[in-house]
Design a protein. Structure first.
Length: 123
């Protein structure tokens, strides 16, 4: 990865990756990381903090805990397109975030879900 220090966008879509190598820390100019279609179970510390990224794209196969963690950093744009994990979240009062339609993916994300604070998130 050392020869890719000027890399700004990395698209790892659809590779069935469960983890990412810690060498991603060696990409100081990385601004966008596309991880859709990967059942990611863990991110390197620098990716978790999203310090060097402007955009962390996640979707369908991502784990809910990684989505929550990324949203809490409030330093990146998170693409949750077609994310089935967020489609049926339940609120503390037992209500579901799903709309009941046959749509796939995220339909609503109420503030009560505790998944984000929209004051610092760019959609």
């Amino acid at each position: 990865w050392g020869g890719l220090r000027r890399l700004e966008r990395l698209d790892l879509w659809g590779n069935a990756l469960r983890t990412l190598p810690p060498e991603l820390d060696d990409l100081p100019n990385l601004q966008a990381l596309e991880l859709a279609g990967n059942p990611i179970e863990a991110l390197p510390p620098r990716c978790e903090q999203l310090v060097y990224q402007r955009q962390l794209c996640k979707s369908k196969d991502e784990r809910q805990k990684l989505i929550k963690r990324a949203l809490k950093t409030r330093r990146a744009v998170l693409n949750a397109y077609q994310n089935e994990l967020l489609a049926n979240q339940y609120l503390p009062d037992g209500r579901s975030t799903a709309s009941g339609k046959e749509e796939r993916g995220l339909t609503t994300l109420p503030k009560e879900s505790g998944l984000l604070d929209t004051d610092d998130i760019v959609f």
